[in-house]
Ligand binder design. Structure first.
Ligand SMILES: Cc1ncc(COP(=O)(O)O)c(C=O)c1O
Length: 399
């Protein structure tokens, strides 16, 4: 039986690809520090479960296709807290940020049309753009430049008559790179000049460090007819399994197109929406606490990495990821060594090889992504294991 060309051109998740080797190492009795996946260990706020426990309907009915009113109102109030003005009908509730991205690409792309995305990027963009018949055109960034891409000439050099959108992950995954509001303005100007959509994936919006102010493409109302904000409860509230996300936009034609798809998939889990509404009503102090926790973890990882000779890395300003160059030719081979041959006192470590985050073949072969989602002690030990593993790997290669 034949499969579609679309699905054949997709890749398996580079983040999950090494899981069987990690599981095998664990089955063999090793402790594996999982720095490979963006699954935080921070507790989900209790108000989520409390709201679900208090749900007193006798039937779990379908919700409205665009989302329950209480959740959309709560999201509008959250944005008001940052002086951004959205109406409930601008908010489309989706099954995670993932579905928001999937539906957005389906809504704006025709067959063969292009989306510009700075690489390295969150790999599922490729899956969703391909599913919609589109093509990812990468804007290549470099470790040495801290993966910055807000460069007018570089962005414009990637634009063709087929370009429909620029996708900005801010703060970035896998890089942790943060855009300033001025850089966002520059990107909006380019998008306006070339009549492009801006897909602003801001699922890590609150996580910015070193005195940076939280900023959003939603703070630039003069471009609001072309800005689509992707949001999610997964990371901000450490509620990845709740599967609640959003596509937020003021363009009525876009919202009406999205609604056709939303009605086709009927609705998002009613119960999870009830819990998510409570999350959005938490005080701002919650974000400060979580942010301080991640910032501390980032500092530990960065400090430890800088002790390893040959590592190249700029301190990331946001999200909970860090991408670094390692002094090896092939990071995937090194990771296999860590999982199958190496241990220190019965312990080893897992990260995500960065090549899968690039669209350009051959790039990122000596880069890794670390997700700093474990407590500081475990992050320190995990990073130390990379150092010890490198020493053992080089010894094995006779270097
Ligand atoms: C940049 C980015 N966007 C979107 C998502 C999707 O998250 P979810 O579907 O859990 O909301 C993720 C998840 O890791 C992500 O890193």
């Amino acid at each position: 039986m034949k499969l579609s060309k679309k699905v054949e051109s997709m890749q398996f998740s580079p983040i999950r690809r090494f899981n069987p080797f990690g599981f095998k190492a664990e089955a063999d009795g090793k402790k594996v520090y999982h720095l490979n996946i963006g699954q935080p260990d921070v507790e989900t706020p209790e108000c989520f479960m409390d709201a679900i426990r208090a749900y007193d309907k006798k039937v779990i009915a379908y919700a409205e296709s665009g989302g329950i009113n209480d959740l959309r109102d709560a999201v509008c109030d959250y944005f008001k807290g940052y002086n951004m003005d959205f109406a409930p009908e601008d908010i489309m509730v989706t099954t995670g940020g993932s579905e928001a991205l999937n539906m957005t690409f389906l809504t704006i792309l025709n067959e063969g049309e292009e989306v510009l995305i700075p690489e390295p990027f969150y790999t599922n963009y490729h899956t969703f753009a391909t599913a919609a018949g589109g093509k990812v055109v990468p804007i290549t960034t470099k470790t040495e430049d801290g993966y910055h891409y807000a460069d007018k000439d570089q962005i414009e050099s990637c634009i063709t008559p087929k370009t429909r959108a620029i996708c900005c992950l801010n703060p970035g995954n896998p890089t942790g790179t943060v855009l300033t509001l001025d850089e966002m303005k520059l990107i909006c100007e380019i998008a306006k000049k070339h009549d492009l959509w801006i897909i602003a994936d801001e699922v890590y919006r609150e996580f910015v460090y070193d005195g940076r102010e939280m900023a959003s493409f939603g703070m630039l109302p003069e471009y609001s007819d072309r800005v689509i904000i992707i949001d999610s409860v997964s990371k901000r509230y450490s509620a990845c399994g709740a599967r609640i996300g959003f596509a937020i936009c003021k363009n009525k034609e876009f919202n009406s197109g999205m609604m056709k798809i939303a009605q086709g998939r009927l609705c998002v889990s009613t119960i999870d929406q009830v819990g998510a509404a409570a999350l959005f009503r938490m005080p701002k102090s919650y974000y400060d606490e979580v942010k301080a926790e991640y910032c501390g973890r980032r500092d530990v990882v960065y400090e430890e990495l800088m002790k390893i000779p040959g590592v190249v890395c700029q301190k990331p300003g946001g999200a909970f990821y860090l991408t670094a160059k390692l002094p090896v030719d092939d990071v995937e081979d090194f990771l296999m060594f860590l999982l199958t041959e190496f241990d220190d006192h019965g312990e080893t470590v897992m990260f995500a090889p960065a090549a899968g985050f690039y669209a350009t073949p051959g790039l990122g072969k000596n880069e890794m992504r670390i997700a700093y989602v474990l407590n500081q002690k475990d992050m320190k030990r995990g990073t130390e294991l990379i150092k010890l593993g490198l020493e053992a790997y080089n010894k094995k290669l006779g270097k």
